[in-house]
Design a protein around this ligand. Sequence first.
Ligand SMILES: [Zn+2]
Length: 326
Amino acid sequence: MSGPGESLSVLLEESPALLSAFAAVFGLLVGSFLNVVIYRLPREGKGVAEGRSHCPSCGHAIAWYENVPVLSWLALRGKCRACRGAISVRYPTVELATGALFWFVFEHLRVRHEALDFPWALLFVLWALLAVLLAASMIDFDFQILPDVLTKPMMPLGVLCSALVPALHREHSLIARWKGGDYTWLHGALDGVLGMLAGLALVGGLRWLASKLAGREAMGFGDVKLMGGLGAFVGAVGVVFVLLVGAMLGSVMGLLNVLRILAVRAVRMSRRRAQRPRWRWDIAWIAGRVIPFGPALSLGGAVVLLFRSELNVFLFQTWPAWVQGR
Ligand SMILES: [Zn+2]
């Protein structure tokens, strides 16, 4: 190891608490920026880097001291200083979540590595990718879209990171298992490309099938691009895990949503004895627009990125043993 990685490792060995605190504070600041991305990206004509933030209700320009992560929101008690309009609790929540996430990823890698071979490049890749996934998930929740600006670059960047940061794939690489020997940047890139293609094919196929069954477009094409991007980072086997975990999490989220829809519809039907909507339309509505799949897939991606080894043990040892009643 050389250069900045080495000095960071020395710092890590001497004062881990300092770096741990830095990870959390850095996460809070990134979270503050993610709020801007989440707000501006899906709204047309608003550049993310364009000037200062304004209050959405009165247009009051937000000064730096009104924009300190979490603290400002608490100090202002969730209200704009100029118009007293409510500022959503989501802003400090996203900041806190990002701070906690960055701190967790740092600690997660720290307990698994000696200070002197701490995988700094992997840390930065995970931070960046998880931040993008968080922003994409929130936008998908709000607008049922996954912006291309977030999903498309994940594919080439994932392949690039796979080549530059072998730690992303080395331990679970298909190529390494098949070929053995040294794991070079070329193997990394190949793992990235295979993962991307697997992600695109898997979710592309699923989308085609779901759309056929529902008789209209089910799942967004954004989900396909997201999985292509995730595949580039986690590899061809990893992306299958992402889909598995994502589908599990998605069905829990979906089940709750279906119950909510059924409750709302029961109330409406009893009120005006409306004609029953056609079942195809029902399926499409439930499967497609209403529950965005992006957040579930992103969460699945985060689980696979951080807990790949644990997931392997669970899927291939714990679970089969449990099913066989041992
Ligand atoms: Zn205001």
